[in-house]
Write a protein that binds this ligand. Structure first.
Ligand SMILES: C[S@@+](CC[C@H](N)C(=O)[O-])C[C@H]1O[C@@H](n2cnc3c(N)ncnc32)[C@H](O)[C@@H]1O
Length: 374
């Protein structure tokens, strides 16, 4: 089984923290859609299995697209791939884009999972983030999803803000959980990315990022609350009720094959990693005129091993010694065990499966993974 990711590279506005690939100029939207339709066809041989386990529309802001535009993409996908009712079909939506007709249209197209960019339950924070929705709109959008029987929705939140008190953050989280019981919650630590407004403010010394202590405290507050309230911390930034792990993101973390369509999208077919040009104009021009629009790297065993360790240590799936030996050889298995000795106290080992302990292990998962790299 495989997965498809479609990148919709437009947003209504620029958020102060975001460095994903998008444009707020929508003049080229129809040309980009033509290119996406053509890319789906051009690359029909990229994945050996045409049976899909998940389809994910990410961005940018996919909810910028009309139901008709989304339908055109679906038609093209279904001319090449097939999927059944168990496939997870997700769209990232901004709260302000949702209304009854739109959600009905999404349901009719087959979307069975909506990921909502809520980010915060405080209007001052939302403004500081450059968001163009209010807390009231957020709450209304969740109510709408529930009213329209979208059972599987996920909420994105950002923690580790420079000025928002941890106690308020926890209060917001409790409110969301008690009122809506979302199946899935992504809690992202705010990162200050180059070329963003926040980065600029930090460089000009007009903003001091949250201290490591505040970030760690909030990570643990969120974790303690959610794990005591029926959520499984299945990846560093992701929590879900039993049976509601994101199939699509899990496919990335379990090294399954996927194709990424659209500007900046990445693909992986077990041998190479490929990424499309992160420029709307050049992407569309090259796709439509039959020129190259992606770059690729053939992955060596060492690179594949490093990626395996990095992604698996951040998840509940952990590193499996049998898998390591099978895919990467005996020497890398021995290497893994040698490194493990230095970090034993952060691991839970179950049979041959090595997982980080979520509270203290996930907190430094990236540092540990880098020390395991070859
Ligand atoms: C690229 S956005 C797209 C979804 C949607 N357009 C939105 O803005 O809500 C995906 C998620 O990544 C998270 N994100 C993006 N940049 C981030 C950053 N610098 N730090 C923390 N989280 C970030 C946000 O929570 C966001 O909802």
């Amino acid at each position: 089984m495989s997965s498809v990711y479609i990148h919709i590279p437009y947003c209504h506005h620029k958020c102060t923290y975001c460095d994903f690939h998008f444009s707020v100029q929508k003049r080229s939207l129809n040309t980009i859609l033509d290119a996406i339709i053509k890319e789906i066809d051009d690359r029909r041989e990229y994945l050996d299995s045409k049976k899909l386990e998940s389809i994910y529309f990410g961005g940018g802001t996919p909810s910028i697209l009309s139901i008709k535009q989304l339908e055109t993409i679906f038609k093209q996908l279904s001319s090449i791939y097939n999927w059944d009712k168990n496939a997870e079909i997700t769209i990232e939506c901004n709260p302000e884009d949702l209304n009854k007709e739109y959600v009905q249209g999404l349901k009719e197209l087959g979307f069975n999972r909506i990921s909502l960019g809520i980010q915060s339950l405080n209007d001052t924070v939302l403004q500081w983030m450059g968001r163009h929705h209010t807390v009231e709109q957020s709450l209304k959008s969740i109510e709408l999803l529930q009213k329209m029987k979208i059972d599987n929705f996920s909420i994105d939140l950002i923690f580790g803000l420079p000025f928002y008190d941890s106690e308020y953050l926890l209060k917001d989280l409790k409110y969301l959980v008690n009122k809506f019981h979302p199946r899935h919650i992504s809690a992202y630590q705010l990162t200050i990315e180059p070329k963003t407004k926040l980065h600029h403010l930090v460089q000009k010394k007009n903003l001091i990022p949250a201290s490591d202590e505040k970030v760690a405290k909030e990570f643990l507050l969120i974790q303690e609350y959610l794990t005591k309230n029926g959520y499984i911390h299945y990846e560093v930034s992701n929590y879900a009720q039993e049976g509601f792990y994101s199939k699509h993101n899990s496919a990335y973390w379990l090294q399954k094959k996927y194709i990424g369509i659209g500007p900046s999208a990445h693909s992986y077919n077990g041998k190479e990693r490929r990424w499309n040009i992160a420029n709307n104009y050049i992407y569309a021009k090259n796709v439509l005129s039959g020129k190259t629009y992606s770059d690729k790297e053939d992955l060596s065993t060492k690179q594949l091993y490093n990626e395996y360790v990095y992604t698996r240590l951040r998840t509940i799936y952990g590193c499996d010694l049998k898998e390591i030996e099978h895919f990467f050889g005996k020497k890398l298995k021995e290497d893994f065990l040698r490194n493990y000795e230095n970090y034993k106290e952060y691991f839970i080992v179950n049979n041959q499966n090595y997982c980080l302990i979520p509270n203290k292990g996930y907190l430094i998962a990236d540092k540990i993974a880098v020390d395991f790299f070859v």
